[in-house]
Design a protein around this ligand. Structure first.
Ligand code: SAM
Length: 187
């Protein structure tokens, strides 16, 4: 497993872009509310949502990421707070809290349904991560960190699908997105 503290020691908050699934579908966002950047890294998604007027929580296991985000947030007086949480073993027991949850490039199958619990009725889940077999060394090689075909559709089948992309049948085509799945769904 990657040493995420070491990775984030070398990086600066604000330097990375939010996930495409969020940027390209941002017209679906409500006007305001509470948002969660889940396994946030340096919280590019959270910063994007805060700029849109959301009150943002950002959760990650990396102390370095959490410290850097909170420093950045207080320096710029942002409505964004990061917390260190182990999302595999210590998920908060909360329900119906968030209007928006964004997950990019994180997968822990056993706890995926918690995302549904955390959302308010009418809340939106934006999810983007690697799927299918690894192509040209991109993303993790381990199956447990990659979604299977249509897996998110099954897991969140009780949500209303607003956007979905998983076009891995022409992996060599220049316009293909072959190893990434994107979903937006409403509770
Ligand atoms: C590939 S990064 C993605 C970060 C961010 N979402 C992005 O798209 O840039 C995966 C993130 O998951 C976090 N992570 C890994 N295992 C975790 C766990 N058990 N609990 C919370 N966060 C975890 C890492 O610290 C890292 O920030």
């Amino acid at each position: 497993m990657a040493d995420w503290n070491k990775v984030y020691n070398e990086k600066t908050v604000g330097d990375t872009a939010a996930a495409d699934v969020l940027i390209k579908n941002s017209h679906l966002l409500p006007d305001k509310g509470e948002a969660l950047d889940y396994a946030c890294g340096l919280a590019a998604n959270g910063i994007f949502l805060e700029a849109k007027g959301f009150k943002v929580s950002a959760w990650d296991l990396s102390d370095t990421a959490v410290e850097k985000i909170n420093h950045y947030s207080s320096a710029d007086k942002l409505n964004l707070k990061a917390q260190k949480i182990d999302l595999e073993t210590s998920l908060p027991d909360i329900k119906n809290q968030f209007d928006v949850i964004v997950v990019s490039y994180f997968l822990h199958r056993e706890t995926l349904r918690y995302l549904h619990n955390f959302l308010k009725k009418g809340g939106l889940l934006f999810y983007q991560t690697f799927s299918g077999p690894q192509i040209e060394g991109r993303g993790p090689s381990t199956a447990s960190f990659r979604l299977r075909r249509a897996e998110l559709l099954k897991i969140f089948s009780d949500m209303q699908l607003l956007f979905y992309r998983e076009d891995n049948c022409q992996p060599q085509h220049k316009d293909s997105h072959a190893d990434i799945v994107q979903l937006v769904a409403m509770k």
